[in-house]
Design a protein around this ligand. Structure first.
Ligand SMILES: Cc1cc2nc3c(=O)[nH]c(=O)nc-3n(C[C@H](O)[C@H](O)[C@H](O)COP(=O)(O)OP(=O)(O)OC[C@H]3O[C@@H](n4cnc5c(N)ncnc54)[C@H](O)[C@@H]3O)c2cc1C
Length: 491
């Protein structure tokens, strides 16, 4: 195989057979499932590299299934808006792009294998969470040619750490010792500019006939066209627009207008101080390398500014402005901590993956009387006695997001108002993953399990229901953060 410019730590060879030059291979198939963009994408870059070696073009295949859990209008619309952007982007670059949307569950089965038959090699996205790992494992059994998965998730390759970190502090210290060399290995901002192949890949007629490509432009403009699909139509599309173009606009806005107050404004629901990047990062419309580069450039920061001392402390190591350090701690330490867990631990979404101390203390308090108990439906419909909680849940249902600070409170109250912690876990996963645009992500599980004690320590005094797990109240939250306008909007 060619010497790869994509760091080898990011490449996982799933089918280790030589690339198929001699067969009917006429393109490298890039199967885009998680890093849904044409820029700063190690997986696309790897496909182009293999194509260069074998003098053939890349075919970008972006598909959307209907048969996965929580498939709904909101998620479909966001992804399809991204597909429309990608279609325009790849058309401009003369690169073949094949968008496919299933009309009923299972319609798409056989398509990947059919495309792979004409491929020199297949490259896919290595995403560690939700149904994607099982889907790529199943695909490996059907693809006969070389098949590689590439990790373009974060700044630290997932395989750079060989253990799970149980506290953010330990992971931060690991990053201080190990992250720096990886910051030099950045993906090409424009990998297609490397491609020397002049012809475009062709999809065989019989494949296009059986699996017609989707009219993504039309679907992106008119969400009512989703009505014919067997997905949940009660979860309405969000006003947050999906796609690479919306993501790039948001990135510019954030860096220009909000970054310098991030450390102060982030926690106040009225300030809209956080970035809003999480849905775009989740669906891969935005690359973590692009975010990092834009933020550091705005701060006039250089790699040599990094401190030699791996302190493990939240501030100081980057030698950047305090607001940038605050952002990086969320965006790198906390975000990539979740990827680390999902990558290493198959039971990341199971109650038993909680630290022992948390399971023990929650069990000891399982029989504590609950003043309020709500069913999933009551939670879903914002029918609790707590105005602030109801507002947060309304924001989730209407917009597909909850302000970060209130998201913690949202979870803590579900723990307090359900019969036991396992029920709380089920309710949180159901509501978060059904409604949140950024749900079904490693950080969905980090956040939800944090509510129950993951990544945290035992706290005193021991309280009813929570035991030693950290406790939060709406009253304290209302005292600490500005939320008058928030309550007007969602209350
Ligand atoms: C109960 C609960 C559920 C959560 N569910 C999700 C989820 O489904 N998807 C999701 O991406 N995050 C989730 N989080 C983490 C966090 O709330 C969101 O990442 C953050 O609010 C996203 O808003 P933002 O993009 O404006 O963040 P910013 O503050 O602008 O941060 C920038 C980026 O850093 C990352 N980040 C920020 N805070 C955290 C955090 N606490 N943990 C991990 N990564 C973080 C995100 O990728 C985010 O986009 C959850 C937290 C809790 C407590």
């Amino acid at each position: 195989m060619p010497k790869s410019f994509v760091p080898s730590l990011r490449v996982r060879v799933v089918n280790d057979v030589p690339a198929n030059e001699k067969g009917d291979g006429n393109f490298v198939l890039y199967w885009m499932t998680a890093f849904r963009r044409g820029t700063s994408n190690f997986a696309l870059q790897r496909a182009i590299e293999i194509g260069q070696e074998h003098n053939c073009p890349v075919l970008v295949f972006e598909a959307l299934r209907v048969g996965y859990r929580w498939a709904n209008d909101r998620l479909h619309h966001f992804v399809i808006q991204g597909m429309a952007d990608n279609q325009a982007f790849f058309a401009k670059r003369g690169t073949a792009y094949y968008p496919y949307i299933e009309k009923s569950p299972g319609d798409g089965s056989g398509l990947l294998a059919a495309l792979a038959k004409s491929a020199v090699a297949v490259v896919g996205d290595d995403f560690p969470c939700f149904f994607l790992p099982a889907m790529t494992r199943a695909a490996a059994r059907q693809i006969k040619c070389r098949f590689e998965l590439v990790d373009s998730n974060g700044l630290l390759p997932m395989r750079a750490a060989d253990k799970v970190f149980v506290r953010a502090h330990y992971f931060r210290r690991f990053l201080h010792k190990n992250l720096r060399p990886h910051l030099v290995d950045v993906p090409d901002t424009d990998p297609l500019s490397r491609s020397t192949c002049t012809q475009a890949a062709e999809v065989a007629q019989h494949i296009k006939k059986r699996w017609p490509s989707a009219e993504v432009d039309k679907l992106a403009r008119d969400a009512s066209l989703l009505n014919s699909l067997p997905i949940d139509h009660n979860v309405r599309p969000s006003e947050i627009k999906g796609g690479v173009r919306a993501a790039q606009t948001l990135l510019k806005q954030f860096v220009r207008q909000r970054l310098d107050a991030y450390d102060v404004d982030r926690n106040h629901p009225d300030s809209n101080g956080s970035s809003g990047f999480s849905p775009y990062l989740h669906f891969g419309h935005l690359s973590s390398h692009e975010v990092f580069s834009a933020v550091m450039k705005a701060d006039g920061w250089q790699l040599d500014d990094i401190s030699d001392k791996p302190t493990g402390s939240r501030e100081g190591w980057w030698n950047a402005s305090p607001f940038v350090e605050a952002f990086l701690d969320e965006f790198i330490t906390w975000r990539e901590l979740g990827y680390n867990m999902c990558w290493q631990q198959a039971d990341y979404d199971r109650y038993e993956s909680l630290p022992e101390w948390a399971q023990k203390t929650l069990h000891e308090h399982e029989r504590d009387p609950r003043e309020h108990l709500y069913s999933l439906e009551e939670f879903e419909q914002s029918q609790t006695h707590d105005e602030l909680w109801n507002a947060a849940q309304r924001q989730l249902v209407l917009e597909g997001r909850i302000h970060n600070y209130l998201r913690m409170l949202w979870g803590k109250k579900i723990l307090q108002w359900t019969p036991d912690a396992r029920t709380a876990l089920r309710v949180m996963i159901e509501l978060n993953n059904k409604y949140a645009l950024d749900g079904r992500n490693p950080n969905s599980y980090s956040g939800i399990f944090w509510v129950l004690g993951r990544y945290d320590r035992a706290w005193g005094p021991e309280r009813k229901i929570f035991g030693k797990v950290r406790y939060m109240t709406s009253e304290n939250t209302a005292r600490k953060v500005r939320l008058k306008q928030y309550l007007k909007n969602y209350g």
